[in-house]
Design a protein around this ligand. Structure first.
Ligand SMILES: NC(=O)c1ccc[n+]([C@@H]2O[C@H](COP(=O)([O-])OP(=O)(O)OC[C@H]3O[C@@H](n4cnc5c(N)ncnc54)[C@H](O)[C@@H]3O)[C@@H](O)[C@H]2O)c1
Length: 358
């Protein structure tokens, strides 16, 4: 399959532009090998440069809509402050080099152009108040943080089961090993802290209390693109009896991630105007930390005035049904953290659509 796509892939490669690593931290800075990558300057300059690239890309390829997806290396944890609280304060501070990490420069550049922004990484991206305000003002979409492809996917499937069976989770330990370039970056403790943060908040967000949790991530070069996650869940059942569930997840990182990234785009196209009251977007259910994480109401993304939106949603639903998506998906109760749950209202094809992506 890769061979038959080779020519197209080479054409797409022509679109690649040097990026921005300003504010991305020293470990990511070491990866820079393209001339023209923005390593210094101000966020304002970087945003202007990204917007120019985006406009040129859209015009050159005659595209009706573009979507920005951040699949770059995990940045260190970034703490926001008052400068990030409103659009006005944020734009006034755009000349301060320490204002935001690179992931957020891409986010701001996209949202300001009215382009949806998907953050597949644990980096800050658009997860700060001014960016969410901008998103609303421009009537566009953003999702949250970090793709759910392995261990965390399992957590968001298993944790509701414990909750609904009233099995109290006492501790949940997850040890992860993997060997690709993402592993090299996550070997740096400050970058690793971002990933551990998104992985670790998932269970308490679902069950509503904080069990004792531990997440470790170690870089083992010989594993290449394969990851192994061993999880040990200690829980309590009837008559206070303590029991244990263990699982081992072994998967190929890129093979797990690629279909999600490919699906995220159409989801955004079907969801042009999310609301802050929880309609982050359908794509949020694919993430470890969905934004505005309360309820994801896929149906209300489709307004009667938007024929195109309804058509794309129908097409997606058709695809979902064809791929064996469940027909029994019922309304679900949102969890406090918003993980793995969505309240789906409206027509049946939206139910199928949800089932296909969770
Ligand atoms: N299964 C998965 O692969 C998976 C699941 C969830 C989240 N993620 C996240 O997706 C991201 C990518 O993972 P990967 O395995 O593809 O990593 P990778 O190291 O193979 O690729 C990351 C690429 O981003 C580039 N990059 C770094 N900073 C950049 C910047 N500021 N601008 C432009 N390019 C930049 C790097 O040069 C590198 O080519 C990571 O943050 C990872 O945590 C991956």
């Amino acid at each position: 399959m890769i061979d038959s796509c080779q020519t197209t892939l080479e054409q797409w490669n022509q679109n690649v532009r040097p990026g921005v690593v300003l504010g991305a931290g020293p470990t990511i800075g070491k990866l820079v090998d393209l001339p023209g990558v923005v390593v210094a300057g101000t966020p304002r300059q970087a945003v202007a440069r990204i917007q120019k690239d985006l406009r040129e890309f859209q015009e050159k390829n005659k595209l009706d809509q573009i979507i920005v997806v951040n699949a770059s290396s995990t940045e260190p944890v970034f703490t926001t402050d008052d400068r990030h609280s409103t659009i006005a304060k944020f734009t006034a501070a755009l000349d301060q080099p320490d204002l935001i990490p690179a992931s957020s420069m891409y986010a701001w550049a996209a949202l300001e152009l009215g382009v949806p922004y998907v953050n597949f990484t644990p980096s800050l991206g658009a997860s700060f108040p001014a960016a969410l305000e901008l998103c609303e003002q421009k009537k566009t979409c953003t999702t949250g943080k970090d793709g759910k492809t392995g261990e965390t996917l399992m957590k968001t499937v298993l944790a509701p089961m414990f909750k609904h069976r009233h099995l109290e989770i006492l501790s949940w330990v997850g040890h992860n090993i993997f060997g690709n370039r993402d592993g090299i970056i996550l070997d740096d403790p400050v970058n690793k802290a971002s990933k551990i943060q998104t992985k670790d908040q998932v269970i308490s967000g679902i069950v509503g209390y904080k069990p004792n949790t531990l997440v470790t991530i170690e870089y083992i070069p010989s594993l290449d693109d394969w990851k192994t996650a061993w999880n040990h869940i200690h829980y309590r059942g009837f008559l206070n009896t303590k029991m244990i569930l263990q699982f081992i997840w072994q998967g190929c990182d890129s093979i797990l991630a690629a279909p999600l990234l490919a699906r995220r785009g159409p989801l955004h196209a079907a969801c042009p105007a999310p609301r802050r009251d929880g309609d982050a977007s359908a794509a949020g259910v694919l993430l470890q930390k969905p934004v505005w994480a309360t309820t994801i109401t896929i149906f209300s993304c489709s307004t009667p005035s938007s024929k195109r939106t309804r058509r794309s949603a129908k097409l997606l639903a058709k695809g979902a049904a064809a791929s064996g998506a469940g027909k029994t998906c019922k309304n679900r109760t949102p969890s406090p953290g918003g993980n793995a749950s969505a309240s789906v209202q409206g027509r049946k094809h939206f139910h199928c659509f949800y089932e296909a992506i969770c």
